[in-house]
Design a binder for this molecule. Sequence first.
Ligand code: NAD
Length: 443
Amino acid sequence: MKVAVFGSGYVGLVTACCLADVGHHVVCMDVDDEKIARLRRGEVPIYEPGLSELVRRNLATGRLHFTTEAAEAVAFGTLQFIAVGTPPDEDGSADLQYVLAVAESIGRHMRDFKVIVDKSTVPVGTAEKVRSQVAEALAERDVEIPFEVCSNPEFLKEGSAIEDFNHAARIIVGTESERVRSLMRECYAPYIRRQEKLVFMSVRSAELTKYAANAMLATKISFINEMANLTERLGADVEEVRRGIGSDLRIGYHFIYPGCGYGGSCFPKDVSALAKTASEVGYAAELLDAVAAVNRRQKRTLFDKLSQAFDGELADKTIAVWGLAFKPNTDDMREAPSRELLESLWQAGARVRVFDPKAMEECRRLYGERMDLRLCRDREAAVDGADALVICTEWKEFRAVDFAWLRGVLRCPVVVDGRNLYDPSLAKDAGLLYYAVGRGASL
Ligand code: NAD
């Protein structure tokens, strides 16, 4: 099949490469000239395991092309995937300007039947807006060309995006059209050889399904974080409670790890966009509001614990930070708990020495050169001469550490672990003042 993908970010690029890899012919279009120039050379501007190899392999087969020309992408494919960003607007709703800009250019350039496939995460009712935008552009040209709009939300996770795309648990397609169902079945046929994964439903249900999934996952995280905050005050251990509840099959172990709050480009914006959608139809989504509020509070716990450990005296302290990305195996720092921590530390007059296996470039891009930020080459360099250590991301390479060594290099033996990586009793035996999440008395 011939497919066009608009957007070459985490979702667009992975979609384009994976579809080319199974034999489709794909043009991936982005408005960012520099990104496209790099991609054409086989350079991937983001870190995602396996993605560079996939881009290079499919460029070599000739089944994957990159362009900045919308007209070229529109002419190329019957299926037109929209995979551009939908960042939060000031009021928390999803900003649809990029989605609608793509819709407008499809309407401006199309010459024959197209299926516009919405892969971006968009509020219920967006397919209708996309339809109107395309129709308006066609009317301006004074032409009548048939087209369909369907919803095909993406569920991949950064860090395992290729694996998730290739082995999706389900592929949701929202459409009422038999023709679209058959084209989407053809597109995804290579992925459904072993078992049926295509779930067809109405467009509105498909749009809502994506938000419902992310809201459910965010709820699980805020729930366990609420339990962690309680265990700190009740003399219990959240890790024991986690194992105790996870063994119940109705609850399960997935996604109930306590920590310093969820981040990334999806959960925070999607929970608030869904709450906004609810308020627009006169419904107060109290659970969603609470999930977001618990998360905002949780992100502040890193700084609060550190501040209490130093009696509020953080000015001129040097704090080591391990992990900047919002989760391991990505360089994405959007809404990461580390950012809340860094910015609070700077406001308090502290200096930071940071290390992340993949997000150092992103950190430099976000914060530039500053006297109070030192980008370190490894975890050892970050703690060298620091007063305390904070762990923000559970990268594999932070999981084992020689506590005696750590005790020796830190000027004060304070470790705030936002990811519960270590056994508190071992850390304490080594002389560290170790503060994890929900494991022992709060400060
Ligand atoms: P991103 O910010 O990484 O990439 C978006 C890309 O779209 C950018 O490269 C940008 O230059 C490009 N773009 C903007 N306007 C354009 C236009 N008019 N034409 C062509 N390209 C244009 O975004 P992302 O993380 O890939 O997310 C895309 C969508 O997918 C969002 O709605 C997001 O919520 C959703 N989503 C993201 C993930 C994830 O893990 N990142 C997972 C599932 C769904």
